[in-house]
Design a protein around this ligand. Structure first.
Ligand SMILES: [Ca+2]
Ligand SMILES: [Ca+2]
Ligand SMILES: [Ca+2]
Length: 340
């Protein structure tokens, strides 16, 4: 019986603890670190519930600090100004801008002037998360990142007047995941600049793309011109890029003779105007693992040996294409390059 009583006592204690948990004040849905935004909302609401949402993203951003989540509900949010994300979160408490669950918000910058300063989101801060948004018609980049430790997830970027998503000016440790960037086009320069994604012109280390798709952009799919640090890509696609005066490289993995040992795994380039994978004067060594080039003008173009070491190409497939692959200074394992 003693054992029985003890068990009952434990059960009773557990029940009391559980009850305490239930009746103790839990953070209200929409606590002060969560803000809701709806095109039907009002900036005189408190923004702290989906029934009292703000109307503008600006209002929510004004109240944001480390740990804030901003939920965007269905609708098209029009902005003529750049959202300048210069605040920072922390590693444990990033600042999030995301779609409310099941909603598909669109952020439209079509009223911006066509100009280099007309970015959509400009992230100079650290520890931001942007997820679940469609971003369109920015006068320049849809998203520009110069800060670090930012995460862009599940976004769709289209019809911007320059590269859809660009990292430059020291951007470091940023991870871009499941983002599609498509139909970006710089009309005033006949398409020569707008890539799907760029990590170019002096980036820091630790930038990664995963499962990203660059499709039908006027210049390149992915452009790492004069990066200054290596980028890693996993399972990314670059297809049908190159319109007007655009270069039309799927993965432009270099430029300006910087020495950047980029790593690409599980990537595919189809139907780009010029090359699927283009060394573009990178003096570092490139790793291509399980990468496919199909029906590009030339699938793989690496005409120069790296300054030291070798390129490392393994399990790559070249299929179709008007011209032959050019592979120099590479250690090649189990690849079907068309070099003869
Ligand atoms: Ca521009
Ligand atoms: Ca170009
Ligand atoms: Ca480019």
């Amino acid at each position: 019986m003693r054992n029985g009583k003890r068990i009952i006592s434990i059960i009773t204690t557990c029940f009391m603890v559980t009850s305490l948990c239930i009746i103790s004040p839990t953070p209200a849905h929409g606590a002060s670190n969560e803000y809701y935004v709806s095109v039907n909302g009002s900036d005189s609401n408190n923004g702290q519930s989906k029934d009292k949402p703000y109307k503008t993203i600006d209002k929510a951003l004004g109240n944001a600090s480390a740990g804030t989540t901003i939920y965007l509900m269905n609708g098209t949010y029009k902005s003529s100004v750049t959202y300048k994300l210069s605040k920072s979160g922390t590693s444990g408490s990033p600042i999030r801008i995301m779609n409310y669950s099941g909603h598909k918000p669109v952020v439209d910058f079509s009223s911006q002037p066509y100009a280099d300063s007309s970015r959509g989101f400009q992230i100079s801060g650290n520890y931001w998360v942007i997820s679940g948004l469609a971003i369109q018609n920015a006068g320049d980049n849809g998203i520009h990142i110069s800060g670090g430790n930012n995460r862009i997830l599940d976004c769709f970027i289209t019809k911007c007047g320059d590269t859809g998503l660009q990292m430059s000016n020291g951007a470091f440790n940023n991870e871009i995941t499941r983002v599609t960037s498509t139909y970006n086009y710089d009309s005033k320069t006949n398409g020569e600049n707008a890539d799907g994604f760029a990590a170019k012109l002096s980036i820091g280390s630790g930038n990664v793309f995963r499962n990203c798709i660059a499709l039908n952009n006027s210049d390149d799919g992915f452009d790492f011109y004069s990066a200054g640090n290596a980028v890693k890509l996993y399972n990314c696609e670059a297809s049908y890029n190159g319109k007007g005066d655009g270069n039309g490289q799927g993965f432009k993995v270099g430029g300006n003779y910087t020495s950047d040992n980029h790593y690409l795994e599980g990537c595919i380039a189809i139907g780009n105007k010029k090359r699927g994978y283009d060394q573009n004067n990178n003096t570092g060594f490139i790793t291509l693992k399980n990468c496919t080039g199909k029906n590009n003008n030339i699938n793989f173009y690496f005409p120069k040996a790296p300054k030291s070491g070798t390129h490392k190409f393994s399990d790559c497939i070249s299929s179709g294409g008007a011209g032959k692959d050019v592979i120099v200074g590479a250690t090649v394992v189990n690849c079907s390059f068309n070099t003869k």
